[in-house]
Design a protein around this ligand. Structure first.
Ligand code: FAD
Length: 404
C-alpha cells in the first residue's frame, strides 16, 4: 500500500470521485480510499435529477456549473454518461405554493434560466402523464435534465485513475490523525498513509469519519427510495420531469418506463453506529408502503403512479442537514481537513461543481466562488442538539421543492 499522498480522499461516491478527478486535472494525484467497491454506495442508487430552481443565487450558480459539466462529461473524463435535457414541470396544488413559483420565475429570469409559469393544461400538453386536476400553477424549467446515476461517480473514479490517482477499494479509514491542529496521516485497516490534506466524502459515514478525529459534522443519514416502473406506452425519453411541490413527489422517464420517488413527512433516520461494520447500501431497509402512500397523495395529478407495475425498488442513505444546505469546505478544527457532505438528496447532480470547487480550494488555497453559506462553520458556536437536527432535517426533507 502507498504510505504517502498529497491528498487522501475518503469515499469514492459522487463527491469524493469528482474531487479526485478535478484534483488530477490540476496535476494533483490523490489516493482515493473506499471501504466498499468504488462508487457502489448511495451514488448509483440516485434518481439522477438535476434541478435548477433553487432558493439561493449560489445554489443556482453551482447547479448551472454542474449541469454544464454533466453535459460534457464524456468529453472531459473519457467515460460514458447518458443524459437528457428534458426540462421539468414543478406543480403547485395549494394557493400558498403559487407565490413560490412566481419567485422561482423571477429569480430564474434574473439568473438567465429558461423558466416560465404555465397553467395545468399547458403542462399536461408537455407531459400527458400529468393531469391538471387541482393544479393551480406550474413552473417550467427548460434547463433541467436527468442522467444515468450509475455512471457519474464511477466515471469520475476511472477518469481520476487514468490521470494518475490511486484507488484503494475495500479499505476502511479508521481515523484521520490530527496533531497540533493539523492533519498528519490517515489510518486505515490496511496501514497508515502520511498526508497533510484529507477530504471526508464518506457519504452516510461522513460524521463517523470526522468524529474519530474529534470533528463534529451535523448531518443525519436519511433513507430515501424510489420505484422504476415496467415499460409503458407513451413514455418518451424527452418527457419533462414532474415534481409535485407539497407532496414532494418526482417522476421522470427511465428505460421506457417511469422512475419516481418522494419525500415522506416522517423520514427514517439511520444511526450508522448501530449498523454492522460491513453494512452495504444494498441492504438499506426499504418500505414500499411509503411510496404507495405518496402515489395515493398525487393520484389526481399522476394516476399512473398508482397503476403502473414496479420493475425495481431501490434506496440508499443520503444525508440531511438542519438548513437543507450542503456542508462543503475546510473543517475549522483541523488544518487540512476538508468535508464534502450533507448532500440533502441532491449531491450527485451537484458533485461535478462541488468536486471542482474543492479541488481549486485545495490547490489554490481559496474556492473559485464564495462557498461561505455551505461552510461547516455555520453550525459552530453552540452547536446543534441531535433532536433539533432531526426535527429541522425532517422539515427540509419534506420541503425540498419549496412548498411552504
Ligand atoms: C433513491 C435516491 C434518489 C436520489 N435522487 C437524487 C437525484 O435525483 N439527484 C441528486 O443529485 N441526488 C440524488 N440522490 C442523492 C445522491 O445519491 C447523493 O447525494 C450522493 O450520491 C451522495 O454522494 P456521496 O459521495 O456523498 O455518498 P456515497 O455515494 O455513498 O459515497 C460515499 C463513499 O464513502 C465510502 N466510505 C464511507 N466510510 C468510509 C471509510 N471509513 N473509509 C473508506 N471509505 C468510506 C463509502 O463506501 C461510499 O462509497 C438520491 C439518493 C437516493 C438514495
Amino acid at each position: 500500500m502507498v504510505d504517502r499522498a498529497d491528498v487522501v480522499v475518503i469515499g469514492s461516491g459522487g463527491f469524493g470521485a469528482s474531487t479526485a478527478f478535478h484534483l488530477a486535472e490540476r496535476g494533483v494525484q490523490s489516493v482515493v480510499i473506499d471501504r466498499h467497491a468504488p462508487a457502489s454506495q448511495t451514488s448509483p442508487r440516485a434518481a439522477g435529477l438535476v434541478s435548477h430552481a433553487r432558493t439561493t443565487d449560489l445554489m443556482v450558480e453551482l447547479v448551472k456549473r454542474a449541469s454544464a459539466k454533466l453535459e460534457r462529461f464524456t468529453e472531459d473524463t473519457g467515460q460514458p454518461l447518458d443524459w437528457t435535457r428534458s426540462g421539468s414541470l414543478k406543480v403547485a396544488r395549494r394557493p400558498e405554493d403559487v407565490p413560490v413559483i412566481e419567485e422561482d420565475v423571477a429569480r430564474g429570469l434574473r439568473l438567465g434560466l429558461d423558466v416560465e409559469q404555465l397553467s395545468g393544461a399547458e403542462a399536461h400538453d408537455l407531459n400527458p402523464f400529468l393531469e391538471d386536476d387541482d393544479v393551480l400553477a406550474v413552473l417550467r424549467v427548460g434547463d433541467d435534465l436527468y442522467f444515468d446515476p450509475a455512471q457519474v461517480a464511477i466515471g469520475y473514479v476511472r477518469g481520476a485513475e487514468a490521470r494518475g490517482a490511486t484507488v484503494l477499494a475495500n479499505t476502511t479509514v479508521t481515523r484521520v490523525h490530527v496533531e497540533d491542529g493539523r492533519v498528519e496521516a490517515v489510518e486505515t485497516d490496511g496501514g497508515t498513509i502520511r498526508t497533510q490534506i484529507v477530504v471526508d466524502a464518506a457519504g452516510a459515514w461522513t460524521r463517523q469519519v470526522a468524529a474519530a478525529s474529534g470533528i463534529e459534522i451535523p448531518l443525519v443519514p436519511t433513507r430515501h427510495q424510489l420505484f422504476v416502473t415496467e415499460p409503458l406506452d407513451a413514455v418518451r425519453a424527452d418527457l419533462p420531469i414532474v415534481r409535485i411541490m407539497d407532496a414532494a413527489v418526482y417522476v421522470r422517464p427511465c428505460d421506457g418506463g417511469l422512475l419516481w420517488g418522494g419525500y415522506e413527512e416522517r423520514p427514517r433516520f439511520v444511526d450508522m453506529d448501530a449498523l454492522p461494520r460491513d453494512f452495504d447500501m444494498a441492504a438499506t431497509p426499504l418500505d414500499a408502503d411509503v411510496l404507495r402512500g405518496l402515489a395515493e397523495d398525487v393520484r389526481r395529478q399522476l394516476p399512473i403512479l398508482s397503476e403502473a407495475g414496479v420493475r425495481e425498488h431501490r434506496g440508499g442513505l443520503p444525508t440531511m442537514t438542519a438548513d437543507g444546505q450542503h456542508l462543503v469546505g475546510p473543517a475549522p478544527a483541523a488544518t487540512g481537513f476538508f468535508v464534502a457532505g450533507g448532500c440533502n438528496v441532491a449531491g450527485l447532480s451537484i458533485s461535478p461543481a462541488i468536486g471542482d470547487a474543492l479541488a481549486a480550494w485545495i490547490v489554490d488555497g481559496a474556492p473559485p466562488l464564495d462557498l461561505e453559506p455551505l461552510s461547516i462553520e455555520r453550525f459552530r458556536g453552540e452547536g446543534i442538539a441531535e433532536e433539533e437536527l432531526e426535527r429541522d432535517a425532517a422539515w427540509q426533507y419534506r420541503h425540498f421543492y419549496g412548498a411552504v
